[in-house]
Design a protein around this ligand. Sequence first.
Ligand SMILES: Nc1ncnc2c1ncn2[C@@H]1O[C@H](COP(=O)(O)OP(=O)(O)OP(=O)(O)O)[C@@H](O)[C@H]1O
Ligand SMILES: [Mg+2]
Length: 263
Amino acid sequence: MARKIVVTSGKGGVGKTTVCANLGVYLSRLGFRVVLLDVDIGLNNLDVIMGLERQVIFDITDVVAGKCRVRQALVQDPTYPSLYLLPSSHTYASSKITGEHIKNVIDIIDHSFDYILIDCPAGVEAGFNRAVFPANEALIVVTPHLSSIRDADKVVGLLSEYDIESKGLVINRMRGDLLLSGEMMNIESIVKAMAIPLLGVIPDDDSVGKMSSDGRIMTDGESARAFTLLSENIHNGSKKIYDCTYKYRGLMGYLKRNIKKYV
Ligand SMILES: Nc1ncnc2c1ncn2[C@@H]1O[C@H](COP(=O)(O)OP(=O)(O)OP(=O)(O)O)[C@@H](O)[C@H]1O
Ligand SMILES: [Mg+2]
């Protein structure tokens, strides 16, 4: 049976889809069979981030409506053959889809995969229920900002109404330079406020949002090590956290920090 992990946050734009897509890539690089499931109906973008937009023929709403089988809707990633996308619809027409519908779809592929990562929409309404209902684990993504942490804390409360067996925290867009200068909320305070185990810290890294020339997710840059550690922590329960401050330490680091401040 697959581990079914919903990636959620409450607040929009904190990096749920980014974390979901990268985790999919890094877990498949570790050799696992992974499905990325986009349930952000009407505002789908996992297919775009994965560079698979043009390969989409059917989506989850077609599967639920019985227009195709799940396997017909799954899009295989050309670079990582054990990674698949189950896309969402780009129209709201079928927004009556519920968490139960999604769970029925997942049940069909559950035995064929190691991980099913569910990209949750922002907010805590129908889309949240649709994404969380079929999951048994949750990754809560926050950025080091109070508004994000407050929303995520509400989400953690709501998760207690579902069958979520374990929760883990991912702090995204951490700035090592601002951490060292004390201008950004530190990791300990965030973990204390959230009161759930920390699984990863992802640096704010320009290469995260970039695509290679053929539309593929980039697997280099500072974030690559952070996503590798996050995938390993999720898979084997290790607790290795990426240190975003390392490149800002020492004399060279001091210079980098100050250059970053003034450019
Ligand atoms: N670690 C990072 N470093 C730099 N940019 C990032 C990072 N994580 C996410 N981003 C950028 O932030 C923006 C929002 O990310 P993303 O779409 O993943 O957020 P989201 O939480 O899924 O948003 P929504 O709530 O709208 O679904 C994107 O432009 C993405 O490239
Ligand atoms: Mg998103």
